[in-house]
Design a protein around this ligand. Structure first.
Ligand code: PMP
Length: 397
C-alpha cells in the first residue's frame, strides 16, 4: 500500500475528506510535498507556527534540551529548568497579579484546569461561556462550547453551564453570585473572527468583579503577538483572573498553560492535594522550544509588525471586495476572517488555493468565512507571493 492508502487505512480521522497533503518538509512559511511542490502556509497550522516552521532558534533550543534530558518526572516534583525559566518569562510579560503558571499539554487541558481552579477557588458551581465559542474537545471544554450541533451527540456534559450572547452587555447581568467563572475569548475565532464591541470586554471584567466570578480569558488562538499585542487582552484594557494559553506557546511543540494569581493557583494544592495532575504537562523539550519562540517573537518585534502586515493583506483583498467574490473582512493584527459572497464556492475555493500552492482554512462555526493567519515572521515578499496565489485561486472560479 502507498503511504496515502495506509493513512486512510490506519489513522482515525475526525472528518471525512481531509486535505491529505503529503508534506515531507517545512521551513519558515513554506511546506513542501513529496512531489517537491511548495505551499505557503497562510494559517500557521491553525495559529501554532507564529514563528514559522522549524525556526533555527527553536530547533537550537530543542537540540540543547535533548542533550540535557528528555523527561524526568511528573510535573511539580522536580525542579526542571526549562519550566522554571519559561514560567518566569511568561510572568515577566504579564501584569503583576498573574504570577503563577501551571503547565499542561494542550488548550483543552488548560481550559479543564482553569474551570476546575475557578470552581475550587470560588466554591461555586456555575460556569458561563458565550455562544459560538470554541474552547476545546474534552468533556469539560466541550461543555462550554457554544455550538449545539458539535456537542449534542456527547451529552450528558457538565451541568450548570449557561451561554450568553457575545457583545450583548445586557446579557452580562446573568452572571451572578453562583457563577464560578466566565470563560471568554477576546476575539471569537471559530465564530468567524468576531471582534468585541467597544466597552464589551471592560463591562465583562466589571461584571465579574461585581459578582466575584473569575474571568478566564482563552488566548489559545489569539495570543503570542497575533493581534499586535503579545497577549490579546492587552488591547482591551482588562486583566483576566486566569489566562489560558496553548497553540503558539510551544512554537511547534505541544504545550498549554493556565496562569493565575498565586493565591488562586495554590488552591489546587490542598483539599485535596493534586487538584490537577498531568504526566507530560510542561514537557521540558516543549518548554525549551517555548522560551526560544518567545525570544524570537520579542527579538524580531514581530507582534509590532502584525498590524502592518495584516493591513497589507486586507488592502490586497480590496479588489475581491469590489468584484463581489468576497462580501466582508474582519481583522485584528494578522488574523483575518473573510466572508465568501457565495458560500457554495467554499470547497472549490479551498481546492483552487491548494492548486495554486497556498494553504487557507475555514472557521469552524462559520464555514463560508475563510481564515488568513500566517506566521508572524512572514516577510513582505512572502505576503506578496501568498496573496498572488490566493488571488489567482479566486480568479480561477
Ligand atoms: N481555545 C481556543 C480558542 C482554540 O482555538 C482551541 C483550538 N482550536 C482550543 C481552545 C483547544 O486547544 P487544543 O486543540 O490544543 O486542545
Amino acid at each position: 500500500m502507498t503511504e496515502r492508502e495506509l493513512f486512510y487505512r490506519y489513522l482515525g480521522l475526525p472528518a471525512f475528506g481531509p486535505m491529505a497533503l503529503d508534506i515531507v518538509k517545512a521551513e519558515g512559511v513554506y511546506l513542501y510535498d513529496r512531489g517537491g511542490r511548495d505551499y505557503i502556509d497562510m494559517v500557521s497550522g491553525i495559529s501554532v507556527s507564529n514563528v514559522g516552521h522549524r525556526h533555527p532558534q527553536v530547533l537550537g533550543a530543542i537540540k540543547q534540551q535533548l542533550d540535557a534530558y528528555l523527561y524526568l518526572n511528573v510535573y511539580g516534583e522536580f525542579i526542571q529548568s526549562p519550566q522554571v525559566k519559561l514560567a518566569e518569562k511568561l510572568c515577566g510579560l504579564l501584569p503583576p497579579s498573574m504570577d503563577s503558571v501551571y503547565f499542561v499539554n494542550s488548550g483543552s487541558e488548560a481550559i479543564e484546569g482553569s474551570l476546575k481552579l475557578a470552581k475550587r477557588f470560588t466554591g461555586r458551581p456555575g460556569m458561563v461561556a458565550f455562544k459560538n465559542a470554541y474552547h476545546g474537545s474534552t468533556h469539560g471544554s466541550m461543555s462550554i462550547l457554544g455550538n449545539e450541533s458539535m456537542k449534542q451527540a456527547f451529552r450528558p456534559l457538565l451541568p450548570d453551564v449557561s451561554f450568553l450572547e457575545f457583545n450583548n452587555s445586557a446579557d452580562l447581568e446573568k452572571i451572578g453570585s453562583q457563577t464560578a467563572c466566565v470563560v471568554a475569548e477576546t476575539i471569537q475565532a471559530e465564530a468567524g473572527l468576531i471582534l468585541p464591541a467597544d466597552e464589551f470586554m471592560s463591562r465583562l471584567r466589571e461584571r465579574c468583579h461585581e459578582t466575584g466570578a473569575l474571568l478566564i480569558i482563552d488566548d489559545v488562538q489569539m495570543g503570542f503577538g497575533r493581534t499586535g499585542k503579545f497577549f490579546s487582552f492587552e488591547s482591551f484594557g482588562i486583566v483576566p483572573d486566569i489566562l489560558v494559553l496553548a497553540k503558539a506557546l510551544g512554537a511547534g511543540m505541544p504545550l498549554g498553560a493556565f496562569i493565575a494569581p498565586r493565591n488562586i493557583m495554590d488552591t489546587l494544592a490542598y483539599n485535596p492535594e493534586l487538584g490537577h495532575i498531568t504526566t507530560f504537562g510542561g514537557h521540558p523539550v516543549s518548554c525549551a522550544a517555548a522560551i526560544a519562540g518567545i525570544d524570537v517573537l520579542l527579538g524580531g518585534q514581530y507582534p509590532q509588525t502584525a498590524e502592518m502586515k495584516g493591513k497589507l493583506i486586507e488592502d490586497m483583498l480590496s479588489t475581491s471586495l469590489e468584484s463581489g467574490f468576497i462580501s466582508g473582512i474582519r481583522r485584528k493584527g494578522l488574523a483575518l476572517g473573510i466572508d465568501l459572497a457565495d458560500p457554495s464556492k467554499r470547497k472549490r475555493f479551498l481546492d483552487a488555493c491548494l492548486e495554486q500552492g497556498v494553504i487557507i482554512d475555514y472557521y469552524l462555526f462559520r464555514p463560508a468565512t475563510f481564515r488568513i493567519a500566517p506566521p508572524l515572521v512572514i516577510s513582505l515578499e512572502e505576503i506578496n507571493q501568498g496573496m498572488e496565489r490566493l488571488l489567482k485561486a479566486m480568479a480561477s472560479l
